[in-house]
Design a protein around this ligand. Structure first.
Ligand SMILES: Cc1ncc(COP(=O)(O)O)c(C=O)c1O
Length: 369
């Protein structure tokens, strides 16, 4: 507990070792992945890849097939797509461009990896503190007034926001494109958000060469270990990134699995529907149940995770919950949050009941109020 707070959730093996448990005995609600098994199409593509040449051969450096199916899904040109070793790798290259443009405006609290990426290139950051008293769900206007960050040449947007789960409306984001030299919009969780795709900035990329949109397959398909994401941006920018990066940043299995799921447009649409339906129903149910626990105030969220605020520090509660085999996200590494906040990743009903049971047990042991 006394060590430095983690900057990511999902530290399953370390936490299990600390608790004297096996990783499989823990319910990980500190990372926010869908609770379903990945689509069988994806699993079959991995098996075929292993039996075929995906392990033996160097992967296709041009990533043509994968770029083609991603482009077809979004209705854009294939040369506006660049797959990466997870969204995280692509942040590194976006940050190189950002650092060259000038000061980067980042919402606080926000996802820590943008700072990691900017630090690679000596990029300067201006923190943009958010009001933490939001009360509505659904598309909201971008929360910071322009004059608060007039000097920032670059703006990093997370839509929906991590860790708050707020969804920003496209109507409020579009004017920002005319004001910044570079706008990087991380839509890693957007396909999971009910009605979320209406707010995507992808259709604006063709019009705005200063816009980069980044997506991830990690959350949508529960494949954090596969490492696959993609950037959508002006082809010239992506060609430049391709020259900077390693020769084979996307491995052969990720190429095979990604190509299979993204090519199956009907299957993908059905999967997204299933996921969004789960977020809508389980999100409302968990919110309701958490509101019954004394001392915890769950905040509205459009995403598959939510923040809960305590009247006092929640660190001891988190530890008690972890002792019961459930990991919640310690929020101390999020600028502007701290000990009174926890982030909870939505599970299926069984998993959500397990979270509630662990919280109830921990609260009996150590009441908050
Ligand atoms: C907002 C956000 N974007 C991107 C990522 C990283 O995605 P990937 O696994 O594709 O690198 C995360 C991971 O936690 C995230 O929270």
């Amino acid at each position: 507990m006394g060590s430095r707070p983690p900057t990511h959730g999902g530290n399953l093996s370390q936490e299990a070792a600390r608790m004297g448990l096996k990783p499989g005995q823990l319910l990980d609600a500190s990372a926010s992945l869908v609770p379903f098994r990945p689509p069988s199409l994806l699993l079959r593509a991995l098996e075929r890849g292993i039996r075929g040449g995906a392990l033996r051969d160097y992967p296709d450096r041009s990533q043509n097939e994968l770029r083609g199916v991603i482009a077809a899904w979004h209705g854009i040109d294939a040369d506006a797509v660049l797959p990466g070793n997870g969204a995280a790798e692509l942040f590194t290259w976006a940050a190189r461009d950002a650092a060259a443009c000038g000061l980067s405006g980042l919402l606080e609290p926000g996802f820590a990896d943008y700072r990691r990426a900017l630090a690679c290139w000596g990029g300067e950051v201006q923190g943009l503190p958010m009001d933490l008293s939001w009360s509505s769900q659904g598309a909201e206007p971008w929360p910071v007034l322009m004059d608060q960050y007039a000097q920032a040449q670059v703006l990093w947007i997370t839509n929906p926001h991590n860790p708050t789960g707020q969804l920003w409306s496209r109507a409020s984001l579009e004017p920002l494109l005319g004001r910044h030299r570079l706008v990087i919009c991380d839509e890693a969780f957007l396909p999971l958000v009910p009605e979320g795709e209406r707010q995507t900035l992808i259709p604006l990329v063709a019009e705005y060469p200063n816009l980069v949109v980044i997506r991830s397959l990690t959350k949508l398909f529960a494949v954090a270990g596969l490492r696959l994401g993609y950037a959508i941006a002006a082809p010239e920018r992506l060609q430049q990134w391709s020259q900077w990066r390693d020769p084979w940043p996307v491995n052969g299995l990720a190429l095979a699995a990604g190509t299979a799921v993204m090519a199956d447009q009907q299957g993908l649409a059905r999967w997204q529907q299933r996921v969004q339906h789960w977020v809508l129903n389980e999100g409302a149910w968990l919110q309701h149940q958490l509101r019954q626990l004394s001392g915890l105030n769950p905040r509205p969220s459009s995403a598959n995770y939510l923040l809960a605020q305590g009247q006092a520090s929640l660190l001891a509660l988190r530890e008690q919950v972890a002792q019961r085999g459930v990991l919640l996200r310690d929020c101390r590494s999020f600028e502007g949050l701290g000990e009174r906040w926890l982030r909870i990743g939505l599970q299926d009903r069984r998993g959500n009941r397990r979270i509630l049971q662990a919280l109830r047990g921990a609260l009996r042991h150590q009441p908050l109020a």
